[in-house]
Design a protein around this ligand. Structure first.
Ligand SMILES: O=C(O)CCC(=O)C(=O)O
Length: 323
């Protein structure tokens, strides 16, 4: 285990934790661009979590809600800073983890300590970001609300990654906390945004700039309110809220499926669609657009502007004739 501490830093890396044979078993789930999810489920239960429980003291009897396998395509929603869960409860430390198993060499960016409540400004927190280099066989575990993002999506080649989300460390924690978890689904609207993010993530300078702005929105809990995809504050209070973009499929119903889908293993967790609560923002956006077009229109057809435009076109035709 590395020198990071799960309580202080919010993450740990188990370096070279899985053998070549175990990794090969995990990867045998890939059939061209599709995935045989039963193989992955077995890999998680018998290899990944066996290694995790053997090498950590804080995860002893893992209970997880879902997982996702991607190959360079989780940039649809993971290339800007985000938390996998947002903690709206009184607790300082969220008792839920995300476990990531890397099959290829790559990097990810994380903000150590961002899993705890802070009085920092967003920019102070943002400046603490560090890059974690990851190798095949490494397992990264963090508190699910830590701020992190995938990087390195511009590199050619595979970036195969298995992520197990909403991992409760033992049965007692699951029984106590799972009813406070809310999953907000937003598949349809995130499709277009996902496609754009996938392309933009291939341009590091551009995605870094977007990520900086997104970080500020996320820090102040605005990133889902502004695009009208959130639930009201009253429903968040006391809860752990996870936003789930992309398609969801149920473990019991699938065999071979696409990559990068959310494979749901626990169907008892509260799931809801974003509400109509913030639709007034939509009305405001339309009002602003109408006012903007009106101002532009009146300005363009004002007496002064019409005269100026006639004068300028006369001048330019005289100039062209002289030439
Ligand atoms: O791709 C990575 O390294 C991180 C992925 C991630 O944060 C996510 O998919 O939510």
């Amino acid at each position: 285990m590395e020198h990071s501490d799960i309580t202080t830093d919010g993450y740990v890396i188990l370096r070279n934790a899985l053998s070549e044979k175990e990794l090969q078993y995990g990867l045998s789930c890939m059939i061209d661009k599709k995935v045989e999810y039963r193989i992955l489920k077995k890999f998680i239960d018998t290899m990944l979590f066996k290694t995790v429980t053997k090498n950590t003291k804080f995860i002893t009897e893992p209970q997880y809600v879902k997982f996702r396998f991607s190959n360079n395509n989780n940039s649809t929603d993971a290339s800007t800073f985000h938390g996998d869960i947002y903690n709206h409860s009184e607790l300082d430390i969220l008792p839920i983890y995300t476990c990531l198993c890397y099959f290829d060499e790559t990097k990810m960016e994380i903000i150590p300590g961002s899993h705890r409540k802070t009085n920092d400004w967003s920019i102070q927190s943002y400046n603490k970001k560090i890059v974690l280099p990851l190798q095949p066989g490494d397992i990264l575990i963090f508190h699910s609300n830590i701020h992190h993002r995938g990087i390195n999506f511009d590199k050619k080649g595979d970036r195969r990654l298995l992520q197990v989300f909403d991992v409760f460390p033992d049965m007692e924690t699951y029984n106590k906390h799972s009813s406070k978890l809310i999953i907000v689904t937003s598949e349809i609207r995130s499709k277009t945004v996902g496609h754009v993010s996938y392309i933009v993530s291939k341009f590091p300078a551009l995605i870094d700039t977007i990520s900086f702005f997104h970080y500020n929105l996320m820090f102040y809990d605005l990133q889902y309110k502004l695009p009208i995809m959130d639930i009201p504050p009253s429903e968040k209070k006391g809860h752990y809220v996870s936003y789930e973009p992309g398609r969801r499929v149920f473990m019991n119903d699938i065999e071979v499926e696409d990559q990068n889908v959310n494979v749901i293993c626990d169907t008892t967790i509260t799931t809801m669609k974003h509400s109509k609560y913030y639709w007034f923002l939509g009305v405001l956006y339309i009002l602003f657009a109408i006012i903007f077009i009106f101002i532009l229109y009146t300005f363009w057809f004002s007496e002064y502007n019409v005269k100026t435009r006639i004068y300028l076109s006369k001048k330019s035709s005289q100039y062209l004739k002289k030439k």
